[in-house]
Ligand binder design. Structure first.
Ligand code: GUN
Ligand code: FE
Length: 430
């Protein structure tokens, strides 16, 4: 089924500049972009039905490369501690509640609905150790038609007993989620929209046996991996004690097959440098930059410009509830502001531009999910239609309109959301 959408289209094929199509057309077939132009008659399939969005903006949907669904209740509270005591005092007690699937359903429905609200159509998500509430979260994404990599969390150390699971239970739980996976999408050109991702929480909460089993699962089932890396100085010191045979934090993951052996995303990397940076480059490990979280739990400022100059692959994450804001548009603003503060303090590199922040949130982060995050032919059509008429009260250019939406807008201006070519309706909450 072919469709043509008409609107003012903005996207970032490249890091350094926006593509801007005033009154542009985009042809979508079987969930993918087939062609894009301002000239209707020059398009492939120009005979398909046109949906005209008028004076609205059409942009790629947002991707969240790092978020904790079971920390949703804690969003916007408990910001007075650094990482390790923050986990023990606020985060672990909340995550324990997810043994109860009724509680999980109530919270997870709100979480998925609010991702939808803010235009995030793909997310790489941490759940908890609990297999049944993780399965439920996967089903909620499937029901919504939104894309997600969902991680049942591996934990068996340095946490309350109720958040520990034996290695055998962890493997059994994962295998049951993997067997569940592969819901029929009706279209086999694509992988399933929702898939498990191997998720050891971080080195301190896993025994070597747990880490080894996670690496083996990733290899056996060709699954991606997510975790946390070099976020906080006390955490890094603890990892040095726990893994004395590794040369750096990243090397500890690497020794267990959890550092790029399959597609891997590591959140934070605030203090990554030297050998760890080289290893990430060599292994193609992706950075999930979470600037709001890095501020809130006082972790530090990640040197994103340096990472980009070194050729590292970077995306943005909300990291709820270390981060307080689920909107990736707001995370873009914080990423730019953090880079400006970093620049002032270090004078070693220019700060991030708007096109770079937008590219990080769309094409760069989207590539962790496939051909996602751009409107080039062959990309999956994940898109948002923005009605900024309430913000557009003067003769702003299209780029100024997008910039104002990023800085000033919210969910009220998002009037249509598409994932893999389908318009996504508001998910139900209970
Ligand atoms: N490191 C280990 N677990 C967590 C978590 O839940 N949030 C953050 N920000 N860092 C972590
Ligand atoms: Fe996190």
């Amino acid at each position: 089924m072919k469709k043509i959408y008409k609107a003012h289209i903005l996207y970032t094929k490249e890091q350094n500049r926006f593509e801007v199509l005033e009154n542009g057309y985009i042809v979508v077939e079987d969930g993918c972009v087939v062609d894009i132009s301002t000239d209707l008659s020059a398009l492939k399939c120009s005979d398909a039905e046109v949906t005209d969005f008028g004076n609205r903006l059409l942009i790629p949907a947002m991707n969240d490369l790092h978020v904790h669904a079971p920390q949703y209740r804690n969003q916007g509270i408990a910001m007075d501690l650094e990482l390790l005591p923050w986990l023990q005092n606020y985060t672990f007690p909340e995550e324990m509640k997810y043994a109860d699937t009724a509680y999980a359903e109530r919270m997870y429905r709100r979480f998925v609905r609010d991702l939808w609200r803010f235009g995030t159509m793909r997310a790489s998500v941490f759940a908890t150790i609990h297999t049944e509430s993780t399965r439920l979260l996967m089903h909620l994404f499937q029901e919504a038609g939104m894309g997600a990599l969902v991680g049942k969390v591996g934990m068996d150390a340095c946490c309350p007993p109720k958040l520990r699971e034996s290695v055998e239970e962890m493997v059994k739980g994962y295998e049951s989620l993997i067997m569940d996976d592969g819901q029929p999408t009706g279209n086999h050109q694509f992988p399933p929209l929702v898939q498990p991702i191997i998720t050891p929480r971080f080195i301190p909460s896993c025994t070597p046996e747990m880490l080894r089993a996670c690496g083996q699962l990733a290899a056996k089932y060709h699954l991606p991996v997510q975790s946390h890396l070099s976020e906080n100085k006390d955490e890094i010191a603890l990892v040095r004690e726990l893994e004395p045979n590794s040369t750096c934090y990243g090397d500890a993951y690497n020794q267990y097959g959890l550092f790029g052996q399959t597609p891997t995303v590591m959140a934070h990397c605030v203090w990554t440098e030297g050998e760890e940076l080289e290893l990430m480059k060599r292994n193609g490990v992706v950075v999930a930059h979470c600037p709001t979280s890095n501020f809130n739990v006082a972790s530090g400022m990640a040197p994103i410009r340096r990472f980009l100059d070194e050729g590292l692959h970077v995306g943005l994450g909300s990291d709820i509830s270390g981060g307080h804001d689920l909107s990736i548009f707001q995370v873009m603003v914080y990423a730019i502001q953090v880079s400006k503060m970093y620049y002032q303090q270090n004078h070693e590199c220019p700060f991030l531009t708007l096109s770079e922040a937008f590219w990080l949130a769309t094409k760069s982060a989207g590539s962790f999910f496939g051909h996602v995050g751009s409107f080039e032919p062959g990309y999956e059509f994940d898109a948002l239609v923005i009605d900024d008429s309430d913000l557009n009260h003067d003769n702003y250019t299209l780029l100024e309109r997008l910039e104002r939406y990023i800085y000033l807008g919210d969910d009220r201006q998002i009037v249509h959301r598409f994932c893999r070519g389908n318009e996504i309706a508001e998910p139900e909450v209970s």
